[in-house]
Design a protein around this ligand. Sequence first.
Ligand SMILES: NC(=O)c1ccc[n+]([C@@H]2O[C@H](COP(=O)([O-])OP(=O)(O)OC[C@H]3O[C@@H](n4cnc5c(N)ncnc54)[C@H](OP(=O)(O)O)[C@@H]3O)[C@@H](O)[C@H]2O)c1
Length: 262
Amino acid sequence: MTEAVAVPAQSLPGGVEMPMIGFGTWQLRGRAGRQAVQAALGAGYRHIDTATMYGNESEVGHALADSGLGRDAVFLTTKLPSSRADRERATLAASLRALGTGYVDLWLVHSPPHGRKLCHVWQEFLAMRDQGKVRAVGVSNYSVTQIDRLTEVTGVTPAVNQISWSPARHDPAVLAAHAERGVAVEGYSPLKGANLADPVLTGIAGAHGVTPAQVVLRWHLEHGITVIPKSAHPERIAANFDLLDFSLSADEVAKIDSLSRR
Ligand SMILES: NC(=O)c1ccc[n+]([C@@H]2O[C@H](COP(=O)([O-])OP(=O)(O)OC[C@H]3O[C@@H](n4cnc5c(N)ncnc54)[C@H](OP(=O)(O)O)[C@@H]3O)[C@@H](O)[C@H]2O)c1
């Protein structure tokens, strides 16, 4: 097991620190899923992103147990599908059982439920946080307007919004709106959403002696966005975590930003 690397973290309410490099687990199931999470923990990741919908919480739980790491050494996120908006507590209980833990660090509403359920689910999330079953609560795939609605009704703003992000999707206004509200942005599909053969990315990668994938992931960190890349391959899993020995200049960041305007 690799020694813990000092990964930068985003501070969430309640003194919760979210490591800004996490391991995404969508589509990692069964034995290969358990092995991929084992590889990630072995490479140094201390933040794992799963969801009820991924059907792999027990594989994540087994990999955590295999690692021998203490529960408090790993930041664990899971998500409630909006289709379970009327069964929040039972769904969380099932997640905790599958993960083999008494709490998760972050529980997200996977996507916004319709109508009155939008605020009802959020109230249930706050109740579960108050009971200590989750340390921080947030949302995923929400608009800023939907986030504002939750704040208006409950007085509590989500700690995190997990949204699709990549150079092609870069939108400074969306980042600014989250920053104004104190909502941490966690970007998903950082690599899927990028053209890794783009000459801007390959040029910058060449200059730093890293891969275009590492450039894309590092660019997220430069913008203060948490990344959760997924891979099933140990060498990519390790490379996607290896982002702290180089940094991008303001000019390089601006060049990558400009890919969204093509
Ligand atoms: N909240 C939501 O609605 C939502 C939606 C989507 C995803 N997510 C979360 O975000 C995580 C990441 O997103 P994602 O899985 O959609 O996409 P991603 O991490 O951007 O990309 C994964 C793809 O990129 C490949 N890849 C990984 N590392 C690579 C590298 N170094 N070079 C080239 N290709 C590489 C992977 O292939 P191999 O596996 O073959 O290496 C896989 O095909 C998910 O796993 C999930 O945890 C959340």
